[in-house]
Design a protein around this ligand. Structure first.
Ligand SMILES: [Zn+2]
Ligand SMILES: [Zn+2]
Length: 351
């Protein structure tokens, strides 16, 4: 089969002919039909994430060896099943839940596979969907499409599940309580689209870009504000009668999280999602005095992915703008994303 692999950190992906993997045990072989290209693929391909302050999270040090096939937003058809596999049949179309742990340790057994210390994340730790076929360890990581377009479904495995997981951490809000979403890019807009169902409450969107604020209003925000403005904290408190009860920072920069911590109400909650990076000084006295809470949220659990697919199937959630390209253009698609030449989401298709 053809696979589009990292063969050298930072270099374009290379098209390679490799054997089709054979499913063992409970493994399922998926014939990939759609595979989303994510911004984190740029970092994995470069071999590191920038942690700020000169620190790097190095992929090779984490045990990733080359050649490696990325691709963690995978939709496809069951092509073959290991001898112990059950729960799907050859020919079934499924979305892959990629954020898989070892399955054996205490956190995995309680359903928190994201906290596993020996992850098997598809496309990040084990070979993924920038190839004609990819292996999934068990049918329980495959979710039904039920009419959801494959390109949209692919993005649910990453930006969609990230959005719903952050919203679930906020919990249910009363009608007069406010949630502030910071950053109206892909994940922020996806969260806005499902917030009415997941959290309820009033939805305030903050972005420094007026075009993105307009997009947020069009997508159902109750109010928007410019968090780059010097009066942004007062504006957020005016709009919400004293500050939002929760804020989700989809940017994750010192300026955005600092703004959120100043703007939230007493007892407020900041959910930190964005991976922009760098560092933020926090007033340790204000943490107890305002009874603030900060949570980190990274992608989402299998249960949240199931909940998301229920929402997506049952509603008319607007998919993010999408560009489809053939799988063979994987190297160019990644280069285009790296060069900032991509509008919306690229999904590689293979039929
Ligand atoms: Zn992703
Ligand atoms: Zn584990």
């Amino acid at each position: 089969m053809k696979a589009y692999q990292i063969t050298e950190w930072g270099a374009p992906l290379e098209e390679r002919e490799i054997p089709v993997p054979e499913p063992q045990g409970s493994e399922i072989l998926i014939n990939v039909t759609a595979s989303g290209v994510c911004h984190s693929d740029v970092h994995i391909g470069d071999g590191y994430f920038d942690l700020g302050g000169g620190n790097r999270l190095d992929m090779a040090e984490r045990g990733l060896s080359l050649p490696f096939t990325m691709g963690h937003e995978v939709v496809g058809e069951v092509a073959a099943m290991g001898p112990d596999a059950s729960g799907v049949a050859v020919g079934d179309r499924r979305i892959v839940y990629p954020w898989i742990g070892c399955g054996q340790c205490a956190v995995c057994r309680r359903g928190d596979q994201l906290l596993c210390l020996t992850p098997r994340t598809i496309g990040v730790r084990v070979h993924g969907g920038f190839a004609e076929y990819c292996l999934v360890p068990d049918a329980k990581y495959l979710l039904a499409l039920d009419g959801v377009p494959e390109t949209h479904a692919a993005t649910c495995a990453c930006s969609g599940v990230t959005a719903i997981s952050a919203l679930k951490k906020v919990g249910k809000l009363a009608d007069d309580e406010s949630l502030m979403l910071i950053g109206a890019d892909g994940v922020g807009l996806a969260a806005l689209g499902m917030a009415k169902s997941v959290t309820g409450g009033r939805l305030i969107v903050a972005d420094v870009d007026s075009a993105k604020r307009d997009a947020a209003m069009a997508a159902g925000a109750d109010a928007v504000l410019d968090n780059g403005d010097a009066t942004a904290v007062a504006a957020a408190q005016d709009l919400t009668g004293g500050g939002p009860i929760a804020a989700i920072d989809f940017v994750g920069a010192p300026a955005t999280s600092g703004f959120a911590l100043q703007a939230v109400a007493k007892g407020g909650h900041l959910v930190s999602v964005g991976l922009y990076g760098d560092a933020l000084p926090i007033s340790l006295a204000l943490m107890p005095l305002k009874m603030l809470r900060i949570s980190g949220s990274y992608v989402g659990t299998l249960a949240e992915m199931n909940e998301l697919m229920g929402l997506v199937r049952g509603s008319k959630l607007t998919p993010v703008p999408m560009t489809e390209r053939p799988l063979a253009e994987a190297p160019q698609a990644l280069q285009d994303l790296k060069g900032g030449r991509v509008l919306g989401r690229q999904v590689l298709t293979n039929s």
